[in-house]
Design a protein around this ligand. Structure first.
Ligand code: GRF
Length: 189
């Protein structure tokens, strides 16, 4: 399956997918990385892996729809079949959703439906939950909603900071994101 990955930040999940493909654990190709933040380290990782990286800076577009139209055009240019949001920090519109029905997935650092949004880890710590985790789900218009494909849980330890908890969650993200891609590719969900 031909993947297009959308990332705004570090891109460790992008790299986990690239590594899973290289290791033969996932039968897929990364056609393109799209990133919206000029400083995203994900672009450095893409260069290292020889994956084309396209910067679409949201500040250059008048509306979310305009950005999404350019994203769709880029995904089509690169012949993408499945869109993977891996730390993509922009709300999506129907322009993107309708172009790839049931073919957009997202990874989120909580056990959804708890703690939607961009402060999931801080909120989990503030609530004092003892189990945290991550979720891969189909993307629909409502943020961090859509059918759940895969989840993994981790313990919250007494001395956790957002950083230590995030690191523990990311180990699981790097495992379940390639697995969820394989699940979608198989059509078995
Ligand atoms: C991940 O924790 C993901 O769940 C969240 O953003 C983070 C991205 O990490 N949506 P990275 O850029 O893949 O390292």
């Amino acid at each position: 399956i031909k993947l297009g990955i959308l990332a705004s930040g570090s891109g460790s999940n992008f790299e986990a997918v690239a590594q899973a493909i290289k290791d033969g654990q996932l039968s897929a190709q990364i056609q393109v990385l799209i990133y919206n933040n000029p400083d995203a380290y994900a672009a450095v990782r893409a260069a290292k892996w020889g994956v084309p990286a396209v910067l679409l800076n949201h500040r250059d577009y008048k509306s979310r729809e305009d950005l999404d139209r350019q994203i769709v055009q880029t995904l089509r240019e690169y012949d993408v079949e499945l869109v993977v949001m891996a730390g993509w920090m922009r709300l999506v519109t129907s322009v993107l959703i309708d172009a790839y029905p049931d073919k957009i997935i997202n990874i989120h650092p909580s056990l959804l439906p708890s703690f939607k949004g961009s402060r999931a880890i801080e909120q989990a710590l503030a609530e004092g939950v003892k189990i945290a985790g991550c979720t891969v789900h189909l993307v629909c218009l409502e943020m961090d909603s859509g059918s759940i494909l895969m989840q993994a849980a981790v313990p919250v330890l007494p001395d956790d900071t957002p950083e230590t908890l995030h690191a523990r969650i990311q180990v699981q993200e790097h495992r379940i994101l390639p697995a969820a891609i394989a699940l979608v590719a198989s059509g078995d969900f």
